[in-house]
Structures are given as structure tokens and as C-alpha cells.
Ligand binder design. Structure first.
Ligand code: SIN
Length: 284
């Protein structure tokens, strides 16, 4: 019998969970409870955790295989951990627009587990948006139009040659990105614009401003008005929650039904997070 509490932090998504020490070996019952809370709330938060990289990997593996990022150089000795850092003298943050993780992959992430190592004295919050609600709020006409459409996703805009040339030439960024990935960033994959969540069976919008390039069968220009409309619609304030980090906090989100946005409002202060990313399946 486990003893824990799940407390929603907003109407659309997000819940605090009390009662678990994520550095300990969790029972199957505890893992099931966390998974249920995740499916119900799309993002769950745990405060005051003390996670070594090994412990974060062990906890994350209870929810599936871990993704090794194709572009970001991982933590030394821990290929499953991405260190997301913005130094006090940097101005750009990682993530920077609303997105769902690694949708440029044929099988994008199921979940991401982010652990706060160092947080600024103010700012640096992260927001999430519920993509079931975004889908459900569309008109019947828009739903009918999107049904069966797929969108092309690629890492080109973030990690392609042009993007990296700009990144390396102009602005200081301490996160290390692999430059030579044999055209990996130019690869494209298509996903349904409305996906059905493999565990809940609910429909969710599945396009994002970071990696979605165009609607399959249309040009970038033709796709743009529809995608721009969807990007703005997807993140309406009433679909969102906002989390203020404290050192040792952990957020675990479901990339299949939520987008997230790291707010870059803490220039002059250092912020360091560690992310493990749980593999997902091909969206349908
Ligand atoms: C991310 O996009 O995974 C980073 C989120 C954050 O730094 O809050």
C-alpha cells in the first residue's frame, strides 16, 4: 500500500505529486501510480528530490527505453542525460519555442524527465499546454479538414548546417552540439496532425513550431497559414500550466499530448537542468 497525493496546479494540466523519493527503488505499484497521474495530468511535478545522474536514469527507465539525443552532446559518462544549461552570460536558452520533444524522429519521445540542478532566483519557469484540449476546442469544420492530414517534421531549423553556422558564428552558447551528423538534421518524417494517444485513446493536436515544417503534400508557404493558426491555438492560456522551479524539483511530462515552453526571462543568472527522454512509438 503506497501513500501519496496528487494535487492539480491548474485546470488544464499539471499536478504536484507528494510522497515519492525518486532516488529510491520504486515498487511497481508506485510506478503505476505515477504513470496514471501522468496520463491524467500530462505533466507531474516532484519537489525536493536528490537525483544523481544514475538515479535519474534508473527512475526514467521504469517508464521505457531512454532516447539518446542525436544532436546535443550528452553528459560525460551518461549518454542518456542531456544537460540543459544557460550560463549567466548567455542570452539564448535551449528549447526556446513551444514544442514537443524530438518530433523530428520517426518514433518521437513518450516522455521527458527534467531535474533542476541550479535555478535562477526568479524566472526560468516552464509552461506546458494540453493538446487534447487544443484539439477538442477546434470547430467541427477544422477537425474534419485536419483528419487524415500529416505534417512533415525535421530538425533542420534547429540543427541543420545553416542553423549551426549561425549558432557557432554569432552568439555564445555553452551547450555542445554535434556538427557532423551526416545530414541527420535534413531528414524528414511525417506524423498525423491529429494523433491518437496510444494509452488514453484520446485525440491530440501534434504539430509544433520547433520541428514541424509543412503539411505533407503542400508547400511551406501553403502550409504556413494553417500551421501558424494551429501553433497559436495550441497554446491558448486556458490550455496551459506554469511551473516555478526550485532546486531538486523534477517535472515529468507526456510529449504525446503536451507541448512545453521554457521561459527565457533570467538573463544574468545561471540555470542548469538535466533531462532524460523516454522513447515513444510511431504516432498514429
Ligand atoms: C526542454 O525543452 O526540454 C527544456 C525545458 C526547460 O528547460 O524548462
Amino acid at each position: 500500500m503506497i501513500n501519496y497525493d496528487v494535487t492539480p496546479i491548474a485546470g488544464a494540466c499539471g499536478a504536484d505529486i507528494q510522497g515519492f523519493d525518486l532516488s529510491a527503488e520504486l515498487s511497481d505499484e508506485a510506478v503505476k501510480a505515477i504513470r496514471t497521474a501522468l496520463l491524467d495530468n500530462l505533466v507531474v511535478f516532484f519537489r525536493d528530490q536528490d537525483l544523481s545522474p544514475d538515479a535519474q536514469v534508473a527512475f526514467s527507465r521504469r517508464f521505457g527505453e531512454l532516447n539518446i539525443d542525436r544532436f546535443v552532446v550528452p553528459m560525460e559518462g551518461h549518454p542518456e542525460i542531456m544537460v540543459i544549461v544557460k550560463e549567466a552570460d548567455e542570452v539564448l536558452n535551449f528549447g526556446k519555442v513551444w514544442h514537443s520533444d524530438v518530433t523530428f524522429q520517426a518514433e518521437p519521445a513518450m516522455g521527458s524527465i527534467l531535474y533542476a540542478v541550479e535555478v535562477p532566483p526568479y524566472g526560468g519557469d516552464t509552461m506546458w499546454a494540453n493538446q487534447y484540449l487544443a484539439y477538442e476546442a477546434l470547430s467541427d469544420g477544422m477537425k474534419a479538414m485536419l483528419e487524415g492530414l500529416r505534417a512533415v517534421h525535421t530538425a533542420r531549423a534547429g540543427y541543420g548546417k545553416a542553423a549551426l553556422d549561425k549558432r557557432f558564428d554569432s552568439i555564445k552558447r555553452s551547450m555542445q552540439i554535434y556538427r557532423d551528423r551526416d545530414g541527420e538534421a535534413e531528414k524528414e518524417t511525417a506524423h498525423p496532425i491529429v494523433r491518437t494517444h496510444p494509452e488514453t485513446g484520446r485525440k491530440a493536436l501534434y504539430v509544433n513550431a520547433a520541428y514541424t515544417e509543412r503539411i505533407e503534400g503542400m508547400t511551406v508557404e501553403e502550409s504556413k497559414p494553417i500551421l501558424e493558426y494551429l501553433y497559436a491555438h495550441c497554446v491558448r492560456p486556458e490550455f496551459t500550466c506554469r511551473f516555478t522551479w526550485t532546486k531538486g524539483a523534477v517535472a515529468f511530462w507526456d510529449n504525446r499530448a503536451a507541448q512545453h515552453y521554457p521561459i527565457n526571462d533570467y538573463n544574468g543568472y545561471r540555470r542548469e537542468m538535466r533531462r532524460a527522454t523516454v522513447c515513444g512509438d510511431r504516432p498514429v
